[in-house]
Design a protein around this ligand. Structure first.
Ligand SMILES: NC(=O)C1=CN([C@@H]2O[C@H](COP(=O)(O)OP(=O)(O)OC[C@H]3O[C@@H](n4cnc5c(N)ncnc54)[C@H](OP(=O)(O)O)[C@@H]3O)[C@@H](O)[C@H]2O)C=CC1
Ligand SMILES: Cc1cn([C@H]2C[C@H](O)[C@@H](COP(=O)(O)OP(=O)(O)O[C@H]3O[C@@H](C)C(=O)[C@@H](O)[C@H]3O)O2)c(=O)[nH]c1=O
Length: 294
């Protein structure tokens, strides 16, 4: 496949959704899962670029288990920190543009306003530090393209699935109310990535922010999900309690306010994430379809 899009991490939530959008658009796509290609394997990577000859590569592969990364920093460093530099170098050698995904967790959350691309990153977790190292590695590689920071991705799994499963089991839901961000619908992000893959991207990679249009705390998000689920199924609404991040006591620290400002990508590429509330019905529906015993 010469001239198409190569997706690394095609088994993950972003990789799967993006491959589906590109296929619906009739574009040539090669999606590789971890089983097909380990992105830390330099020679295997180069061989893939030689064989596939993509015009654009989207790196959606990462070690995303924020808490587990605290106990396995070497794994986060290899996959999130070092491998993006190998991908960037291969992309440069083979004339492909790279779209590399990064995160709001590169910030410490102390700004008190949405972060723009020029703000200083100061991660507070192993995951955040490894992702920032990955950004630096891409910039050093000399690849053309975009480093796209996004945040709080919503699909039927992850936080959404965890909250709805607990709601269904009738547990009292304890949810953190003092962390703020901009939830982003995975389907919106996939559309944005597919659109970027059509564009001429900067010759030296640049950072862009892409997130949903509106703010939330984890508690507000859980509350809206549970409301929709209860309204749709007629099931009783579980009791919900707002808790502090400190009392949640997770292994990894998270920024208390990691809202991303997406003004630059809107101005340069016309890309805008939706208000996450618009996506709540489709998220609950997707979860109910995955969990048919409800
Ligand atoms: N999820 C979120 O809320 C956010 C995610 N991001 C970023 O977006 C990107 C995509 O995230 P998302 O789709 O949610 O993540 P997922 O965890 O759903 O998918 C990541 C994929 O990468 C694969 N992977 C892990 N290690 C390797 C490796 N060594 N070689 C090849 N593949 C590997 C995983 O495979 P396996 O499952 O087998 O380990 C998994 O399929 C990441 O860069 C992430 O940092 C940014 C902000 C928010
Ligand atoms: C499941 C659950 C989580 N929480 C809290 C814990 C934590 O503070 C917050 C989010 O928890 P999670 O572990 O689901 O989400 P987390 O892994 O922190 O999500 C992050 O993932 C990485 C990959 C990113 O890049 C970030 O943008 C962000 O989306 O919600 C509750 O309060 N109650 C709950 O029932």
């Amino acid at each position: 496949m010469s001239g198409g899009v190569l997706i690394l991490g095609a088994g993950g939530q972003v990789g799967r959704a993006t491959a589906a959008v590109l296929r619906r658009q009739g574009r040539a796509v090669t999606g590789l899962t971890r089983g097909d290609l380990d992105i830390t394997d330099e020679s295997a990577l180069d061989e893939v670029f030689r064989r596939v000859r993509p015009a654009t590569v989207i790196n959606a592969a990462a070690f995303t288990a924020v808490d587990r990364a605290e106990a396995q920093p070497w794994r986060a460093e290899a996959v999130n920190g070092l491998a993006p530099g190998l991908i960037g170098a291969s992309a440069r050698r083979h004339g492909a543009a790279l779209i590399h995904l990064s995160t709001d967790y590169v910030f410490d959350g102390e700004k008190g306003a949405p972060y723009v691309e020029a703000d200083t990153a100061a991660p507070v977790s192993v995951y955040g530090r490894s992702k920032l190292a990955g950004e630096a590695a891409v910039l050093r590689s000399g690849a053309a393209g975009v480093i796209l920071r996004t945040s709080w991705l919503l699909s039927a799994g992850g936080f959404v699935g965890a909250i709805l499963s607990r709601a269904r089991s009738g547990e009292v839901l304890r949810v953190v109310g003092d962390q703020k961000g901009r939830p982003t619908l995975v389907d919106d992000l996939a559309q944005a990535l597919a659109a970027l893959a059509h564009e001429t991207l900067p010759q030296a990679a640049e950072v862009y922010h892409y997130a949903g249009a509106t703010d939330a705390t984890w508690f507000e998000l859980a509350d809206a999900l549970v409301d929709e689920w209860s309204g749709r199924t007629g099931a009783a609404r579980p009791v919900m309690t707002g808790v502090t991040a400190a009392s949640w006591n997770a292994p990894a620290r998270r920024p208390s306010d990691s809202r991303l400002d997406s003004g630059r990508i809107a101005a340069d590429f016309g890309l805008l994430g939706r208000d996450w509330r618009e996506g709540v019905p489709e998220l609950v529906e997707a979860w109910l379809n995955k969990e048919p015993d409800q």
